[in-house]
Design a protein around this ligand. Structure first.
Ligand SMILES: *Cc1c(COP(=O)(O)O)cnc(C)c1O
Length: 427
């Protein structure tokens, strides 16, 4: 795409945008009386207009039907999680029965490690990306301790090369290969939360399997953001949250993926609860567990119906938007436009005022750009905020901006470029 730094050009792209009407399906916060330019969907996606309606419907059903709400009404609560997995599984590239919706992300990481981190003999180590999201680091360290190992020995991390910000796939694959006989699990993010780097999940999964280990993914920053093919890539398990690119509300319900090849594995271990018991016989309440088919067997407790109602509001939008292909096509253009404008500012003011540490190659990133500011980063970030641009700040000097194809426009990205130019001139 040949971009231009003019409002007319941005408006023309907005005209041609097949998703331009989807913005109206979200509630956008106001800042100083004006609609904000919200580039923080990597942390908390915006509220779908129908979220409140969906929650009200649950409250009404609870009021009017009480316990019967589980069985009657337009959306009976029993099995609601199963009726959402068709849409969700398409988003993550899985078969419907490979996906279920439950708990929250860190909880699910633990439950999945219960099933899939099975250290034995020399093979007890977990490889993770260096600088993974803190919760993942705590989860992994506590899991290895639970099995009686020392995290200093059992958790391997891989960091970028000296002077580089992101990981090279070849280095990740070599690391896996070098530790092939010690690895029990490779647990990677799909996209690193700090740098915005999108990893080659298929290559990592293949190398992990060649090493004889299990491949797990944390897709917090990838689900709803980039195209995923969990089933075809042969990933063993994955989990994600729904409140970032999936717009399902703060602390929104999480999802898990378990590859179907594990469904009938005799060695499989799993923490079990009654919501994972086959639905048709659940209320006979026999003493011995009979699993639901597929990932739903990992369910433990009665579904939090309110959270599912919020999740449904967002999944309906994804469904109407025609799936990830359309979103991703716009996202590549939109983030590319922001990058183009930032590079223009660097040219205008001297080359390294802003260093985008997110990979340049669109295939190696999602919506987000992580921008290292050479000087006065916080001051420039505050200028953005004061002008109604909501991004996020990571100490010591990183601004993360994530244009989201469902609710951001090229015109908004142009405006962000204009404000950043002013900020650069003042700093
Ligand atoms: C957002 C995020 C989390 C947050 O976990 P919760 O259990 O939902 O609080 C964990 N890991 C990663 C990689 C994240 O990006």
């Amino acid at each position: 795409m040949h971009y231009e730094n003019t409002l007319a050009f941005a408006r023309q792209l907005d005209e041609q945008d097949p998703l331009k009407d989807f913005r109206s399906r979200f509630l956008v916060p106001k800042y100083n009386g004006r609609e904000a330019i919200y580039l923080c969907g990597n942390s908390l996606g915006l509220q779908p207009v129908t979220a409140r309606e969906n929650v009200n419907e649950i409250l009404s059903n609870w009021q009017e039907l009480a316990i019967e709400g589980f069985f009657i009404g337009d959306n009976p609560w029993l099995g609601l999680h199963k009726r959402l997995t068709d849409t969700l599984s398409a988003i993550v590239g899985a078969k419907s029965e490979e996906v279920t919706i439950m708990n929250s992300l860190t909880v699910n990481l633990h439950l999945l490690m219960v099933s899939f981190y099975k250290p034995a003999g020399k093979r007890f180590k977990i490889l993770v990306e260096g600088g993974a999201f803190p919760s993942d680091q705590y989860a992994v360290a506590s899991q290895v301790r639970f099995h009686g190992y020392d995290p200093n020995e059992a958790v391997l991390e891989i960091f970028p090369r000296e002077g580089e910000f992101t990981l090279r796939t070849e280095d990740i694959l070599r690391k896996i290969n070098d530790h092939a006989d010690e690895l029990a699990l490779v647990l990677f993010g799909g996209i690193n939360y700090y740098t915005g780097q999108l990893f080659d999940m298929k290559a990592i999964t293949d190398a992990t399997h060649a090493a004889g280990a299990i491949a797990g993914l944390d897709l917090a920053h990838a689900a709803g953001n980039v195209i995923l093919k969990l089933h075809d890539w042969d990933v063993d398990f994955a989990t994600w949250c729904s409140y970032k690119y999936m717009n399902s509300g703060p602390g929104g319900i999480s999802g898990i993926f378990v590859h179907e090849k594990h469904f009938n594995s005799p060695e499989l271990n799993r923490f079990e609860g009654w919501w994972g018991f086959r639905q048709d016989r659940r209320f006979l309440m026999p003493p011995v567990f009979e699993p639901e088919n597929g990932a739903a067997a990992w369910q433990l407790s009665t579904s939090p119906i309110m959270l599912l109602a919020l999740h449904k509001a967002s999944l309906d939008i994804f469904k109407d938007a025609g799936g990830l292909d359309t979103l991703r096509a716009k996202s590549v253009l939109l983030t590319g436009y922001l990058e183009f404008l930032i590079n223009g500012i660097n040219q205008e003011f001297g080359d390294d005022l802003f260093t985008i540490i997110t990979p340049k190659n669109a295939a190696e990133r999602g919506c987000q750009l992580s921008i290292v500011c050479k000087q006065n980063g916080k001051a420039m970030f505050n200028i953005l905020t004061n002008q109604g641009v909501i991004g996020d700040w990571r100490e010591p000097n990183v601004i993360r901006l994530s244009p989201v194809p469902l609710y951001n426009s090229f015109g908004q990205v142009f405006e962000v470029g204009r404000i950043l130019t002013v900020a650069a001139a003042e700093n």
